[in-house]
Design a protein around this ligand. Structure first.
Ligand code: ADP
Ligand code: ADP
Length: 236
């Protein structure tokens, strides 16, 4: 069973004349890494929001572990939130500037009801260590860190509850080239060592080629091609 699946999914926003996602069927298998590519406006972010349960399909279905995702099913949503986490493009706006890094990284554990402040602490420390940040980061604020370090903090937050799937929307686009390579390496390492399933939106084809085995190409809301990344992007 795929861990996440879209079945004939469509999304139409209120006030738009056409579906921004149409007829999309896509299966994300455990352990794989999938890239969503396509021009700006093609519907990549909307697809990711569907997979995250943040957007609801106006037709078709989103499935998690084979069962239709149902926002009213609290038990399912709990399992879902624990299993599927995300990282966004902008490491400046995605971290609450008024909270210390420790609280930010602990947030999924707290909101899932898995941990209290004290039982979260060793998990937060381990998550920060995994992404290459010093233990003393917990007492500091996001503005004290560089863009690359902030994206590491966002990745620590997204992985602290040991999710199976990481959804990433342009996770390295806001970073300078050197930092970008390091964060790509970190994602590759998490995938390798923790068997993390990765679904990533990226317009950077070298990032896609180095991280994702499979690629789906979106055009005006439809998947027009999907397959092995080397095939879809063409052999170099
Ligand atoms: P991409 O990530 O590929 O750039 P998006 O999923 O962000 O594409 O957007 C797909 C289309 O949906 C675009 O035409 C965009 O303008 C439109 N769109 C996105 N969000 C909304 C919204 N909240 N309301 C109306 N239209 C939207
Ligand atoms: P709140 O103020 O609603 O309790 P938090 O301060 O806990 O929210 O979190 C700060 C922001 O980060 C919120 O907008 C929240 O939705 C977002 N957020 C929390 N956890 C994650 C995560 N794992 N990945 C991306 N964003 C997250």
């Amino acid at each position: 069973t795929p861990v996440l699946e879209l079945k004939d999914a469509a999304v139409r926003y209120r006030g738009t004349a056409a579906d921004v996602v149409a007829d999309v069927s896509l299966a994300v298998e455990a352990g794989e890494s999938l890239a969503l590519v396509g021009e700006s406006g093609a519907g990549k972010t909307t697809l990711l929001r569907l997979l995250l349960g943040l957007a609801r399909p106006t037709a078709g279905a989103v499935r998690f572990d084979g069962a239709g995702l149902n926002p009213r099913d609290r038990e399912q949503m709990r399992r879902f939130r624990r299993s599927v986490q995300c990282v966004f493009q902008d490491p400046y706006s995605s971290l609450d500037p008024s909270r210390r890094v420790g609280a930010i990284v602990a947030e999924p554990l707290r909101s899932l009801g898995l941990d209290s402040r004290s039982t979260a602490a060793p998990k937060v420390a381990a998550a920060l260590e995994r992404v290459g940040l010093q233990a003393d980061a917990v007492d500091r604020y996001p503005h004290e860190f560089s863009g690359g370090q902030r994206q590491r903090i966002a990745i620590a937050r997204a992985t602290v509850c040991d999710p199976r799937v990481l959804l990433a929307d342009e996770p390295v686009s806001a970073l300078d080239v050197t930092t970008r390579v390091k964060v790509v390496d970190l994602l590759a390492e998490l995938k390798q060592e923790r068997g993390l399933t990765l679904v990533m939106v990226s317009h950077d084809l070298s990032v896609v080629a180095s991280l994702c085995e499979r690629t789906a190409v979106l055009e005006r809301g439809r998947i027009v091609e999907q397959g092995a990344t080397s095939q879809v992007l063409g052999e170099p």
